[in-house]
Design a protein around this ligand. Sequence first.
Ligand SMILES: Cc1cc2nc3c(=O)[nH]c(=O)nc-3n(C[C@H](O)[C@H](O)[C@H](O)COP(=O)(O)OP(=O)(O)OC[C@H]3O[C@@H](n4cnc5c(N)ncnc54)[C@H](O)[C@@H]3O)c2cc1C
Length: 312
Amino acid sequence: MGKSCDIKKMFAPFAPETHKAMDRYTSFRVGGPADILVLPQTMEQVIALAKTAQKAGVPVTILGGGTNVLISDKGVRGLVMVLTRLRQGIEQTAPHMNTGGDSSDQICLTALAGERLGNICRHAADSGLAGLAWAAGIPGTIGGAVMMNAGAFGSDMSQIVMEIEVLDLTTLETTVLPGNRLPFSYRKLALENSIVLKVRLGLAKADPGTVRDEFYRNLKTKQSTQPVSQASAGCYFKNPPGFKPAGFLIEQAGIKNARCNGAMVSDLHANFIVNHGNACASDILNLAVQIRKSVYEKFGITLKEEVKTIGD
Ligand SMILES: Cc1cc2nc3c(=O)[nH]c(=O)nc-3n(C[C@H](O)[C@H](O)[C@H](O)COP(=O)(O)OP(=O)(O)OC[C@H]3O[C@@H](n4cnc5c(N)ncnc54)[C@H](O)[C@@H]3O)c2cc1C
């Protein structure tokens, strides 16, 4: 009791919310309480929070838009930083010499990690900048997109990240890392125990009409093939390398429309689990187990989760 009072006092300057249900911070609309929840607005606040957490000995969990996570019903212990307020617009500049920008056709877009990917995407489409139209309709923040190496239509973040500024949660030091040295792989950036604070993307000047057309074409395709208006976390499973996409395998395993209470396999896209309003995290997890089992029995393939499970 005494210790938890001390911890509360240590975080008091950051106006935290305690035991706050996390369902409204995730696109799945599920998730139990966070011990301590803070929504920092500046990089300085993020760094100060990380220092306080280290001093208090509490674990730190980072969320962007919460569009690729499943937070457990028991919630998250320690400090949760939701970074959706860590933004101050999109800066458009010529590339730095030291970030490999050697073409006069190249333009950099820089944003803090909490900027919505959708805003950056629209900025690029409106400014005739090519390289990001594939991301039309992907929700969440630019920081989350970098950490997940978000992708679609055969492209992903690894192809356009010029550099990122990160805070190492162990040393509490910030570093700028060049994009071409980052350990990106399919839907993953292997950066342990770090917070992405700022992202710089390299895009190319192009014909504005062509860029806009591609953006809206991709947006339309996404809206007609995915249940974008329902609560989900996007594709639940990764596509297994060398096989058909996970959605096809799930459909062929005969479990499209399967459900567990309020959680259901989408009838529009079988790799989406949707929350019909009253699902809890355990319903989604149980349905995922059922899907994995059915696909394994039919094809001998073990699907791996793309969605990150967080919490107790
Ligand atoms: C309708 C829908 C459609 C989608 N379509 C696609 C798609 O086409 N392609 C695709 O790749 N994804 C898709 N997604 C999944 C998701 O939107 C992306 O992965 C997105 O980039 C995640 O961003 P986020 O800010 O929501 O991250 P979150 O879900 O908040 O976090 C994801 C992970 O990144 C970590 N993280 C987040 N921000 C930071 C940070 N600043 N520093 C360190 N770690 C961080 C979190 O701890 C977590 O492990 C879709 C989701 C939905 C709901």
